[in-house]
Design a binder for this molecule. Structure first.
Ligand code: HEC
Ligand code: HEC
Length: 271
């Protein structure tokens, strides 16, 4: 009996916690725009600030550290200054880059131009990269952001920084459109999946990520509660055959309650 009450009280607390979380915990009231969308006053920037901006994009909006981290799913980039010239000399190299700067740029725009040995999509014998094109799709880095990331990678990867801070069009012109876009609430689960990059790691909604479990039939075996927990607290249960600590832990803070519910309903309905 005592056990029963313990379980009942615990369940009630969990339900209340989720309710409170959904209603208050998720930043719905004041959706702060993502830092990178803040007006970039590139004209007034020093190279150090430009490199720091690149670091922010690399760790944030660019989603690079989802894969380029110590888990070994993607090569570390802290030796890129030394590695890039080796890549360019490799007979398997298929791209057009001549310099370290061009190699890094190409890696972001055409990831399959060179696939680091052992990191290709499974079954492709290292001819196809699992890395998404980061200048388009759901990540969509703009050219100035790409330049900043290159500056950051050259600086942190032991290479000379060769990019120049790009000239920006007259201030004001570029600031308005993205702001309006960011404010519009997402309307479908597919948009939520695209925004948070689930498809980079999961096969879901027409995308074919391979780092996490396939989600196209997850509703057939898993409950809504399980799916919700998997998103809010990914390491609570580690899916069989996969590694914990890979899926970002921050979706609970980033997502609005409505987005989370759309997503959970969509996945639970995928059978
Ligand atoms: C979904 C996982 C994933 C994401 C996200 C990702 N990468 Fe990669 N990246 C890889 C993998 C795997 C490789 C190795 C295969 C290859 O060479 O294409 C790689 C290769 C690279 C290389 C070449 C490394 C070398 O040693 O030659 C660079 C440079 C690079 N990525 C930069 C980036 C940047 C910058 C971002 C973010 C804007 C990013 N990547 C986001 C998975 C990812
Ligand atoms: C950087 C890669 C990565 C990203 C991005 C990612 N996931 Fe995952 N996800 C994983 C890995 C790896 C696992 C398996 C390990 C685990 O259970 O924590 C997983 C597990 C899951 C599971 C549990 C699956 C099962 O069969 O138990 C769900 C549900 C899930 N993710 C949903 C999502 C959703 C929704 C998003 C986007 C909001 C997302 N993931 C983004 C890597 C990722």
């Amino acid at each position: 009996m005592i056990n029963f009450f313990k379980v009942a009280v615990f369940s009630l607390l969990m339900v209340m916690a989720f309710w409170a979380f959904a209603n208050f915990g998720i930043p719905q009231i004041k959706p702060a725009p993502p830092p990178v969308e803040e007006k970039l006053d590139l004209g007034a920037m020093t190279m150090d600030q430009f490199i720091a901006l690149g670091g922010k994009i690399f760790n944030g909006k660019g989603t690079c550290t989802l894969c380029h981290n110590k888990m070994g799913r993607a090569p570390m980039l802290d030796q890129i200054g030394k590695n890039a010239p080796e890549r360019l000399k490799d007979p398997r190299y298929k791209g057009t880059a001549k310099t370290i700067e061009e190699y890094i740029h190409e890696s972001m725009e055409h990831p399959s131009a060179y696939v680091v040995a052992g990191f290709g999509k499974s079954g492709t014998n290292d001819t196809e990269s699992p890395m998404p094109v980061v200048t388009g799709g759901s990540i969509g880095l703009k050219e100035a952001e790409v330049q900043a990331v290159i500056a950051y990678l050259q600086d942190s990867g032991g290479a000379e920084v060769t990019v120049t801070i790009p000239e920006m069009p007259a201030a004001g012109a570029e600031a308005e459109a993205p702001a309006a876009e960011a404010a519009a609430p997402l309307k479908t689960a597919e948009e939520v999946i695209a925004k948070y990059g689930c498809g980079m790691c999961h096969t879901v909604a027409g995308q074919a990520g391979e780092l996490g479990p396939n989600l196209t039939k997850i509703g057939a075996t898993k409950s809504k509660d399980y799916i919700r927990q998997s998103i809010l607290d990914p390491d609570a249960v580690i899916a069989k055959g996969f590694t914990g600590g890979m899926m970002p832990q921050t979706f609970g803070e980033e997502m609005k309650a409505k987005e989370l519910e759309m997503l959970v309903n969509y996945l639970a309905g995928s059978k």
